[in-house]
Design a protein around this ligand. Structure first.
Ligand SMILES: Cc1cc2nc3c(=O)[nH]c(=O)nc-3n(C[C@H](O)[C@H](O)[C@H](O)COP(=O)(O)O)c2cc1C
Length: 322
């Protein structure tokens, strides 16, 4: 693994993400430092001094030596970087203020504050010890005792067979862990070149929801308990193709991700309505973004559970090419 870059955190203007790259395009390791950890690292690097930064889990450590800095992480391979390289990257990074990046969770991230025992732990691992896994894995694997509607693999066809759009939701609040799962599902969708050419706006603000109703041709159900706006982000798709192809990829990325979230919501016993009738310019201006929205996914508990709508005969849908 080769140290690659430092970038801002997804959730806060403080702290940072340190990224190592392997040989494969998608072989990345990321370490997330919080504000205090980053400040301690900056102090050591500024002073050209050797020393140690203890990470939030109180086990993992960054050992700054004069030649090489070692990242000794609990339950994780050792990561190294030449101290001079790290010094340059980190001190340059510290010179300018940063804004949080939008949330994208790479499955191979080391996040010292999240310690959740993995499902299906291999036998050799001490079952009594917590194991470090990524936030995405943790969210996807987590089970809640609070509902009988947990998504499990065997339920996928049940979801296909029973899903029905809803335009009338109860006012029941959707718990945070459910929203996490719905967002994490979006992050598991395939994307062109794995560049994840999309962004999700999770709308919590009531006034923004009301403005989106208007931007969606006054469809009142857009004011739902959970409102997610899926936007295209072709600038993320770093492929050597004409802009119109990158645009096409990003609309597919955003659409597929929304589809994954829609199914995840159904798996959790929630229902949704997909909103495609939107005024793009109005939505962009409401969200304060240049990214084009592709759809709005409105989610909640249905007032009434209804059977799925009929479809055409499956044979009519398929043209077999032999
Ligand atoms: C691309 C697309 C755009 C849609 N736009 C809207 C919309 O703007 N408003 C709405 O009420 N429903 C919208 N829908 C929901 C469809 O009307 C709904 O999925 C369809 O009637 C089939 O019903 P079902 O989802 O229960 O199977 C849209 C669905 C898709 C896939």
């Amino acid at each position: 693994m080769q140290f690659s870059k430092i970038e801002s955190s997804y959730t806060s203007k403080d702290g940072c993400r340190l990224v190592w790259k392997g040989v494969e395009e998608d072989d990345l390791e990321t370490i997330i430092l919080n504000k205090k950890e980053l400040e301690q690292l900056i102090d050591l690097l500024k002073g050209d001094s050797a020393g140690e930064v203890e990470l939030e889990d109180q086990v993992s450590r960054i050992m700054v030596n004069l030649d090489v800095t070692e990242f000794n992480l609990k339950d994780h391979d050792l990561l190294e970087v030449k101290t001079a390289d790290l010094q340059k990257h980190v001190l340059d990074y510290a010179k300018i203020p940063h804004i949080p990046q939008y949330i994208h969770i790479n499955p191979k991230e080391y996040y010292p504050s999240i310690t959740i025992r993995k499902y299906d732990e291999p036998k050799k691992v001490d079952e009594t010890k917590p194991t470090q896994i990524s936030l995405l894995e943790a969210i996807l694997a987590s089970k809640s005792k609070k509902t009988s509607h947990d998504l499990s693999q065997s339920d996928l066809y049940r979801i296909f067979a029973t899903r029905r759009s809803t335009r009338k939701f109860t006012k029941t609040r959707i718990e945070g862990w459910m929203v996490d799962k719905i967002l994490a599902a979006a992050d598991t969708a395939p994307t062109a070149g794995n560049f994840q050419g999309f962004k999700v706006f999770y709308i919590k603000n009531q006034k923004v929801k009301e403005a989106l109703v208007e931007a969606a041709n006054n469809q009142p159900y857009v004011n739902a308990p959970v409102v997610l706006v899926f936007c295209m982000d072709p600038s993320r798709v770093k492929m050597n193709f004409p802009p119109e192809i990158l645009e096409k990829f990003s609309i597919q990325d955003a659409t597929l991700a929304a589809g994954f979230s829609l199914l995840a919501a159904s798996g959790l016993g929630l229902s949704s309505i997909w909103i495609g009738m939107i005024n793009e310019e109005k939505v962009k201006s409401i969200l304060g973004t240049d990214l084009k929205p592709s759809s709005i996914l409105c989610i909640g508990y249905p007032e009434k559970r209804r059977p799925p709508k009929p479809r055409r005969n499956l044979k009519e849908l398929i043209q077999v090419v032999e």
